[in-house]
Design a protein around this ligand. Sequence first.
Ligand SMILES: [Zn+2]
Length: 339
Amino acid sequence: MSQPTIDMHIHFGAPPDEESGCYWSKDFEQTAAYYAMLLLTKSLFKKVDIHRVKKHLIKVINTSKQVDKSVLLALDEVYDSNGQVHKEWSHLHVPNKYLAQLASENERVMFGASVHPYRNDWEEELDYCLKHHAVLCKWIPSSQMIDPTHEKCIPFYKKLAQHNLPLLCHAGPEYAIPTSNNRYNEFNNPRYMRHALDQGVTVIIAHCALPYFWFLDNDYQDDFREFLKLFKEVEQHDWKLYADISALTGPLRADYIDDLIDKIPQERFLFGSDYPIPLSEISYNRSTHFFKWLWFVLKMFFEKNPLDKNYDIVHKMGFHDKVYTNASALFAAINSKKQ
Ligand SMILES: [Zn+2]
């Protein structure tokens, strides 16, 4: 069989649920991401619960015609540097255990783990995730209040490198999951990934560190510049550096696509959607003919499966065919055995 197409960036999230341990905060219920979740799970006038979210996501994943496998992402709680958990600072929590179970029940779902490096039991948790076939570890430095240069991260990086478990780190602005301390927004800048890269960690920079609102995202222009700088140095340092192209769809990110395709080697891109974050039918598109462009936009409006829609739009942007399957080789290199 040829390599599977993998969407390596899909979020899970649910209101407080005792059995799974999932929860989101009152602050999360003020975000656009929350309303997107209600809309997509048809829960605007009903109570949203974990069963509706799960049913919806599994249906989307199982009915996709383009995407063979999807990585569902866990999200760990906030820990302080003493290793103390802070539920009151955490705005979205999806336990590893819950997603490991979900992935074990469905062969099209892959387990995207999340372990906070300040946890006192981080090694035990990471071992659990490796044993249950995690394909990556996800961080959102702003929301999880992680300083990637903190000394507590060094043994964590060593372990990730030993096992070849990729670190998928959010970069650029984060509007979906709030932070309890704005000082941590700074740590979404890819420049803080240098420590991990120097330790030999496979690092995946989410969303190519793009600003969300184009030049209006004033505070985040530097993130993209630093992202390009890292890729310029990649050969020199022999870094295992990758970029995910999730959430690239949208009129305000169109301006960056040519630059990305020109400057980053195609074998370093990983395909993803960032679903259920909404995507836009009107995105960067190589058609120079207006009617061809319009035809495509209309076709996208009628495409029902959001993963397929994202695939088609990204395809139209002109990325190489290998970006859809690049994640396969990366995930096959993971060494799950205890060391
Ligand atoms: Zn995301």
